[in-house]
Design a protein. Structure first.
Length: 195
């Protein structure tokens, strides 16, 4: 089995009957989420933003990022919501598709990253995540969410790479994957300064 190590994680070995025990197991000391966020030396928000800005100086590239980064984020939420959530529905048992989906579970994990950057960064991103989940839910009721999310994802990444071609610099995430989480927050901060 390719993912044999997952069976050793408490999250996958203990039976969870309640949402609280599910969350305890998800964030206990032996899970990958805990190990990653506890032992990874993290920069502060300013360091991340400064480093991200180094490869985003060109105005055209920045304009493309204002469109493409939120689109990619939105499409990833849509892709996560396209994954069948039957196991979550059985565990959480709220009968609420806005809460019982894989996007919420992933959001809980990445919220740790944003909280370590600062409380208000977490609040901003939780607001964006909530809007994205609601909009994807509504979109999924009208059209096929999976195919729409894939289309948005591909087009937005094409825009991103075109912007970096204009800039003449590689995307930041090629250096460190955490910049995939910094991108949406960087766009929010830049747009707040424009006002």
């Amino acid at each position: 089995m390719r993912f044999r190590f997952l069976k050793q994680m408490p999250f996958f070995t203990k039976k969870t009957n309640t949402f609280s025990s599910f969350m305890e197991n998800l964030f206990c000391k032996k899970t990958l989420i805990f190990k990653y966020f506890k032992f990874k030396q993290m920069k502060n928000a300013k360091e991340y933003f400064d480093e991200y800005a180094e490869s985003h100086q060109n105005e055209t590239n920045q304009a493309l990022h204002y469109i493409c980064v939120p689109s990619i984020f939105f499409s990833i939420i849509g892709l996560l919501m396209s994954i069948p959530a039957t196991p979550l529905e059985n565990i959480i048992n709220l009968s609420n598709p806005l809460l019982e989906n894989w996007a919420v579970i992933v959001a809980l994990g990445i919220s740790i990253f944003y909280l370590r950057l600062g409380f208000w960064y977490l609040i901003e991103m939780l607001f964006i995540i909530s809007i994205s989940i609601l909009a994807n839910f509504l979109l999924g009721n009208m059209i096929n969410l999976l195919y729409t999310s894939i289309s948005i994802f591909v087009l937005a990444w094409a825009g991103q790479f075109y912007g970096h071609k204009i800039e003449g610099k590689k995307p930041s995430f090629l250096k460190d994957l955490e910049f995939l989480l910094i991108g949406p927050l960087w766009v929010i901060q830049k747009l707040k300064k424009i006002k």
